[in-house]
Design a protein around this ligand. Structure first.
Ligand code: GLA
Length: 526
């Protein structure tokens, strides 16, 4: 082992899983009445493990061969299902609440996405290899579920306008079947514009058809981007703002050369600089003549319309498709995402594989917690853990922060070549449980002391998750009085990363935090 690998292995905090069974994953899942239900039971412990499931609503059954609960149910309500796992070492029983109703994504989405490490250089075999690695690495048994293809799968449309996979994706339905066969779920990507961000075919004017194709392929998740929808939105805004102007100014705008539609009719594309210049010149005039508050309703309606179109199309399908918006946080998307039927929305621009990017994006989320709840999550973008540039300490910060934020967790590295350290960061059930806590509260900052930040997330059982971050360049000893956390004394302290209880301290919490690193605790009455 070279020195770097040795250091990374030494940095591992997560203890190996216990030999006796431990059921992991979310404690609550949502399904719409009569939609196909598939839930693989994540469980660690020495094999063989015999699983038993009782109290299932009618229409759902447990398949012990695949460790999966499946079927369709039309019984609405909260169904408390009891799952027991047994092996030679012991047994574990846990309740899973299946909510049959309108809500999906009742805990943040956990899975993998192709973009951060492969960009558009993807194909069907690569995706399937990642899905298989999700199983062989054991990540599936810690609750990781979705295998999401990002940009780069699309070919053209057939004579009837139906979207086709490119030459690199010859059979998307077969891929969906294979992913489901592994106990996982299948995600895909599109854009409301004519083209996606990487220049592939988008869903513009084909929303209903595309939603239907996704359902036929067995898609369970859609990330809907923005990019080329931006220029369409600007054209529509110009129209909307111009209508606000008095006659004279309206004429002035119109007099600005050829009509945009004429340009389009002449085959000049939305991306053409002549088109863009004209648009910008006209916009400059109307911006001067109108106020932001006059324009806001127009802006919102224009931003929401394409997302609502796809959201409604997805809802019409006979399967549950979790819907993720990717407009980079424009127009306060967190305020209206649920109105267009979305379950999560990106709150920022793209994350990069660097400490600066992770830090800038992650810590900027404070304040957005009021907009997050089960089925409506703020998404600060996919994980960079396991790629080239983050140190082990920075990986602890990235994971701890995304867990305290109740952010969707989408791994962005190559699952087929993770080292032991990376795998250990993704396999810590106590850390993941903070992210997946059924109360679904997004944490926020309680205080800032120089480079030290302390964040808090309330949990379902009345306990509190406390994260301590050191954004500085030096190791720090941090002392936090219970009063600072609005807790009284006599609390139990659990170190989540190392999965061990710490001695109770009357005064508060003391911890050492390495530079760029983080610690995560679960505190409360024991
Ligand atoms: C945008 C998104 C990224 C990724 C790329 C794909 O930049 O924000 O997450 O999906 O498009 O082209």
């Amino acid at each position: 082992m070279d020195l770097l690998s040795l250091q990374r292995t030494r940095a591992i905090r997560t203890p190996p899983p216990a030999a006796r069974p431990q059921i992991n994953g979310p404690r609550i899942v949502g399904v719409r009445p009569d939609s196909p239900f598939q839930y693989y039971i994540p469980v660690t412990g020495v094999r063989p493990i015999v699983l038993e499931v009782s109290e299932l609503p009618s229409g759902l059954h447990f398949n012990p061969k695949t460790a999966t609960i499946q079927g369709r149910t039309s019984e609405p309500g909260h169904h408390k299902v009891v799952i027991t796992g047994r092996n030679v070492e012991g047994q574990h029983t846990r309740e899973l609440t299946i909510v049959v109703g309108d809500g999906l994504a009742l805990t943040p989405t956990m899975g993998w996405s192709s973009w951060n490490c492969f960009n558009a250089k993807i194909d069907q075999e690569l995706i399937l290899n990642q899905a298989q690695a999700m199983v062989t690495t054991g990540l599936i048994d810690h609750g990781w579920t979705y295998i999401n293809i990002d940009d780069g799968w699309q070919g053209g449309r057939d004579a009837d306008g139906r979207i086709q996979g490119g030459a690199n994706f010859p059979d998307l339905r077969a891929l969906g079947d294979a992913i489901h066969g592994l106990g996982l779920k299948f995600g895909i990507y599109s854009s409301p514009g004519p083209k996606t961000c990487a220049g592939f075919e988008g869903s513009f004017r084909h929303e209903a058809q595309d939603a239907q194709s996704y359902a036929e392929w067995g898609v369970d998740f859609l990330k809907h981007d923005w990019c080329t929808a931006q220029i369409l939105a600007r054209v529509r805004r110009l129209g909307g703002y111009t209508a606000l102007l008095p006659d004279r100014e309206r004429a002035e705008v119109a007099a600005l050369g050829v009509e945009i539609d004429t340009l389009k009719a002449a085959g000049i594309s939305d991306q053409d600089s002549e088109f863009k210049n004209l648009l910008e010149r006209r916009l400059a005039i109307v911006l001067k003549q109108t106020t932001a508050s006059e324009r806001l309703p127009i802006d919102l309606a224009i931003e929401q319309a394409p997302y609502r179109l796809m959201g409604e199309a997805l809802r019409r399908q006979g399967r549950d498709i979790v819907y993720n918006l990717c407009n980079y946080g424009q127009w306060n998307v967190w305020q209206w995402g649920p109105q267009v039927h979305a379950h999560s929305w990106r709150t920022t621009g793209d994350i990069l594989d660097s400490w600066e990017s992770v830090e800038k994006i992650g810590f900027s989320q404070n304040g957005l917690e009021v907009w997050s709840a089960p089925g409506r999550w703020n998404d600060p973008d996919m994980l960079e853990i396991g790629n080239q540039n983050l140190t082990p300490d920075e990986c602890f910060t990235h994971m701890t922060l995304w867990c305290i934020l109740a952010a969707p967790l989408l791994i962005g590295c190559d699952l087929t070549s993770m080292d032991a350290f990376t795998l250990s960061v993704f396999s810590n059930d106590e850390v993941l449980a903070i992210n997946q806590d059924p109360l679904g509260r997004q944490g926020n900052r309680v205080f800032l002391r120089g480079q030290i930040e302390v964040w808090r997330k309330p949990l379902m059982d009345g306990m509190t998750a406390i994260a301590v971050f050191n954004r500085g360049e030096e190791v720090a000893d941090v002392d936090i009085a219970w009063a600072d956390l609005h807790l009284n004394d006599q609390v139990s302290i659990r170190d989540c990363w190392r999965q061990r209880d710490l001695p109770q301290l009357a005064a508060g919490l003391k911890t050492r935090v390495q530079a760029h690193s983080a610690e995560l605790f679960r505190v409360g009455k024991s």
